[in-house]
Design a protein around this ligand. Structure first.
Ligand SMILES: Nc1ncnc2c1ncn2[C@@H]1O[C@H](COP(=O)(O)OP(=O)(O)OP(=O)(O)O)[C@@H](O)[C@H]1O
Ligand SMILES: [Mg+2]
Length: 303
C-alpha cells in the first residue's frame, strides 16, 4: 500500500498486512506530520513511516505553469540533460505546439504526437528521435499538434491520450520529462494526468506565483479523482538584487514550504547565450551558475 503524507506529500511503501482497518495514526519520517490511515492491530498507537518511495519513482515529470516565459522549456531541457549526464536514460516530450524544445534540440520538420494519433505512424517508438546528447531522446512537436485540441477535446477521456501512449515505452527510460504550453487545456491536462511529479517553475513575480496556485488547485482536483500526483515548486531566473524578488521569494517559501525545490535557478546571462547557439547550458558552459544549478536539481530529484 502507498501512503502519502498529507502535509509534505512524501510517499511511503507500507506492507498491506500492517495497515488495515481500524484507523492507525502514522507519523511522517520527513516532516513529522501525524495523520491517520487504517491498520490491523488496534493496540499500536503510532506507526513511523520510513520506507520512503525513492525519487526514482518520479519517472514521469511534467513541467507546467500557465504563466508564459517562466523557464518551463529551459528547465525541461537542462534538467533532462543533467539527468542524462548522471547516466539516466531520459526521454523529453515536447507537448507544446510552439515546439521550442524541439527547436532547441536542433530539429525541424519532425513528426509528432499528431501523426501518431492520426495513425500515420504505427507506434510511438517511430516518432522518437535520438538527440546528439548521450542518453537523451525526444518525442518532438510540430505545428499540426494544434489540430489535436480541436479534434479530441470533446472526446470522452481525451486527457488520458498521452498517458496511454507513454505506457507502451515508459519502462525504457529512467525519466520522461514533458514540456507544456502556457495554458491549461488539452496539452497541459494530458501532461498532468501522465505525470507522477509536476514541477511548477515560477519566477519571483506576482503573476507567475499566481500560476503556481492555479496548478496546485488543479492537482488537488486530480487527487480528488484518485490520481496520485505530487508537485514541487521551482524558483527560476531569481535575481536576489531586486527587492521585489526577495519579497516574493519569501512569500513563496512561506506558502509552499517543503513543496519547494531546494535548488533555486538564478538569472544567468549564460542561459540566454546558450539558447542563441542552440545548446543546453551544460554543453555551452558547464561551469556556469545555471549549469551547476540544473545539475544540483537533477541530484535533488533523482538522488
Ligand atoms: N536562468 C535563466 N537566466 C536567464 N534567462 C533565462 C533563464 N532561464 C530561462 N531564461 C530565458 O527566459 C526566456 C523564457 O524561457 P522559456 O522559453 O524556457 O520559458 P517558458 O516558460 O517555456 O515559456 P512559454 O510559456 O512561452 O513556453 C527565454 O528567453 C530564456 O532564454
Ligand atoms: Mg516553453
Amino acid at each position: 500500500m502507498i501512503i502519502t503524507c498529507d502535509n509534505c506529500r512524501t510517499r511511503y511503501k507500507v506492507a498491506d498486512d500492517i495497515i488495515n482497518k481500524p484507523a492507525l495514526k502514522v507519523r511522517c519520517h520527513k516532516c513529522n506530520n501525524r495523520f491517520t490511515v487504517y491498520k490491523n492491530d488496534p493496540s499500536d498507537d503510532s506507526f513511523l513511516l520510513q520506507d520512503e518511495i525513492s525519487p526514482d519513482d518520479h519517472r514521469i515529470i511534467t513541467m507546467s505553469n500557465q504563466k508564459g516565459g517562466v523557464a518551463k522549456t529551459t528547465s525541461c531541457l537542462n534538467l533532462a540533460v543533467a539527468l542524462a549526464r548522471m547516466g539516466k536514460k531520459v526521454l523529453l516530450v515536447d507537448f507544446d505546439v510552439q515546439a521550442n524544445l524541439t527547436m532547441l534540440l536542433g530539429f525541424r520538420k519532425t513528426r509528432s504526437f499528431y501523426e501518431l494519433l492520426n495513425r500515420e505512424v504505427k507506434e510511438i517508438r517511430d516518432i522518437i528521435l535520438h538527440t546528439k546528447y548521450p542518453n537523451l531522446s525526444l518525442l518532438p512537436s510540430n505545428s499540426k499538434m494544434a489540430l489535436l485540441k480541436k479534434r479530441y477535446l470533446a472526446q470522452h477521456n481525451f486527457e488520458y491520450l498521452l498517458r496511454n501512449r507513454l505506457q507502451e515505452i515508459e519502462k525504457n527510460y529512467d525519466h520522461i520529462l514533458i514540456d507544456t504550453p502556457p495554458s491549461i487545456e488539452f496539452f497541459t491536462l494530458n501532461a498532468l494526468i501522465a505525470a507522477q511529479l509536476v514541477i511548477v517553475p515560477t519566477t519571483c513575480e506576482y503573476l507567475s506565483m499566481h500560476g503556481v496556485s492555479q496548478i496546485s488547485e488543479i492537482i488537488k482536483v486530480l487527487r480528488g479523482v484518485d490520481h496520485d500526483v505530487e508537485y514541487k515548486v521551482l524558483i527560476t531566473m531569481y535575481d536576489a538584487k531586486k527587492t521585489s524578488e526577495r519579497v516574493i521569494n519569501e512569500k513563496i517559501r512561506r506558502k509552499y514550504g517543503t513543496m519547494l525545490c531546494n535548488t533555486v535557478i538564478e538569472l544567468d546571462d549564460k542561459m540566454q547565450e546558450s539558447h542563441i547557439v542552440n545548446l543546453p547550458i551544460q554543453y555551452y558552459d558547464e561551469k556556469s551558475r545555471s549549469a551547476e544549478q540544473y545539475q544540483a536539481l537533477a541530484r535533488e530529484l533523482a538522488g
